[in-house]
Ligand binder design. Structure first.
Ligand code: GLY
Ligand code: MN
Ligand code: MN
Length: 438
């Protein structure tokens, strides 16, 4: 594990400081999700729960109780059970929760209804996440009601409920050294995957064969996919969330690949676009150079003090200038931007926070204003142009979909691009694509 146990402890302490005396936080592990009948999806812990506990098992609830003399961190989890463990894998149990995961106290999850209301007693405020898991919401209300029923015997039930996410997601937005190390590894794995996909690509292959190279690269280094890979040739590159990956790649087409790795729970998110044959056509190169210039302009705006919107504005300015130059938009740049005329070709924003979740948590605005970049934040920068075939578009531009996406850390004096080793200049791409089969 890249994140030391002490760091999880420090996170819990920081959160409890923000909550203050008289509060309790209750956080639930992610449920196991059924894929079909008896087959489950591979288990992935809830990102908030993981951030605070580093505990990888389902059927667990963490309670953080600042100032509780017998221990501030109580973890409910499954009991050891030799039979169940033979079928479904090892469990930490209560002893493991304390010894290996730093809980002050641990109880069987089966006993939670008896124990948790007592821990909430005389706490005024509950910090929790409601609305994410119906089952958890219901159980939480049962615990509170159990306590309310005992009010006449002199016990006080909490009366205020606060969103845990407010403090927690602000913490998650700022990455520590250890987190950046995990993200660097996630980036490095994805870089290798993208390089491999470029190297093996040749006309006649199927999109899923290219996708397979990424999966192989990720799993060999103990990473998961951060999300379903988008591998789209030709017109499929103009479908933003194309994940079918079923079609055959043809000579003369571009292929757009958005694929990221998750290493030790941290995501990378890279998009590269390249010609299936290894050579850009004139029109493809023209469009590609516009997107690349937009991406570089946007990346250069990532620095402390600049606003979250600055990279997007910089990208738009380059994209619209390029679209005018290519003859795909007509009019004045400022007007086209103000009127949103570019949306036919560029219909998403230029980035999002990145971390434990690929679309990571953290506010983008504060008091109605775009927030400023600060050191430790990580954002993607991912402009694109998507030109579907249409009668009013010159044929040479038909079905050119280009996106270029990198992961960028805000540093004290600017930024660092975690993913820059994934080839993206026209020359670097042409030098690599198809080399495996040449
Ligand atoms: N791969 C998801 C995104 O780029 O936002
Ligand atoms: Mn992205
Ligand atoms: Mn992406």
């Amino acid at each position: 594990m890249t994140i030391p146990i002490k760091e999880f402890e420090a996170r819990r302490r920081q959160l409890m400081r923000m909550m203050g005396e008289g509060a309790i936080a209750i956080i639930s592990a992610a449920p196991v999700r059924v894929r079909n009948r008896d087959a489950d999806y591979r288990y992935r812990q809830d990102s908030d729960f993981w951030y605070l506990t580093g505990f990888p098992e389902p059927e667990a609830v963490a309670a953080l109780i600042p100032g509780r003399p017998q221990g501030e961190y109580v973890l409910f989890c499954r009991e050891r059970d030799p039979d169940m463990e033979t079928w479904n894998g090892r469990r930490a149990g209560q002893q493991g929760a304390v010894e290996r995961y730093g809980a002050d106290d641990s109880f069987p999850i089966a006993d939670i209804d008896d124990i948790l209301p007592g821990l909430m007693e005389n706490r005024e405020r509950v910090y929790c996440t409601l609305g994410k898991d119906d089952d958890f919401d219901r159980r939480l209300m049962n615990w509170v009601n159990a306590l309310r029923a005992r009010v006449r015997s002199g016990q006080a039930a909490p009366h205020d409920f606060f969103s845990l996410e407010y403090h927690l997601h602000e913490m998650r937005l700022f990455k520590s050294k250890a987190e950046l190390e995990a993200m660097r590894e996630a980036a490095d794995i994805a870089i290798n995957g993208h390089r491999r996909m470029m190297a093996v690509c040749q006309p006649g292959m199927y999109e899923y064969e290219i996708e397979a190279e990424f999966i192989y690269t990720a799993r060999r280094r103990n990473a998961e996919l951060a999300y379903q890979s988008i591998v789209g040739g030709g017109a499929n590159g103009c479908i933003l969330h194309y994940v079918d990956n079923q079609d055959r790649l043809r000579d003369g087409e571009l292929i757009l690949i958005d694929a990221g790795a998750e290493y030790d729970y941290y995501a990378s998110d890279i998009t590269r676009t390249f010609p299936v044959s290894g050579r850009f056509s004139e029109a493809q190169r023209e469009v590609y150079e516009v997107v690349l210039a937009a991406q570089e302009a946007a990346i250069n705006k990532v620095m402390p003090g600049n606003s979250w919107d600055d990279p997007h504005s910089a990208a738009l300015s380059e994209l619209v200038a390029g679209l005018i130059e290519l003859g795909l938009l007509k009019g004045k740049k400022a007007d086209l931007i103000r009127e949103g005329a570019y949306r036919r070709f560029y219909m998403h924003r230029t980035g999002h926070w990145l971390g434990l979740d690929v679309h990571d948590v953290g506010e983008y605005k504060i008091d109605g204003e775009w927030r400023q970049f600060e050191p430790g934040m990580v954002t993607t920068v991912e402009p694109g142009l998507y030109i579907s075939a249409a009668d009013d578009i010159p044929e040479r531009f038909h079905n050119i979909g280009v996106r270029i996406e990198d992961d960028v850390v805000v540093t004290r004096d600017g930024h660092r691009v975690l993913t820059e080793a994934a080839p993206k200049s026209v020359e670097a791409i042409e030098a690599l694509v198809g080399t495996e089969s040449r």
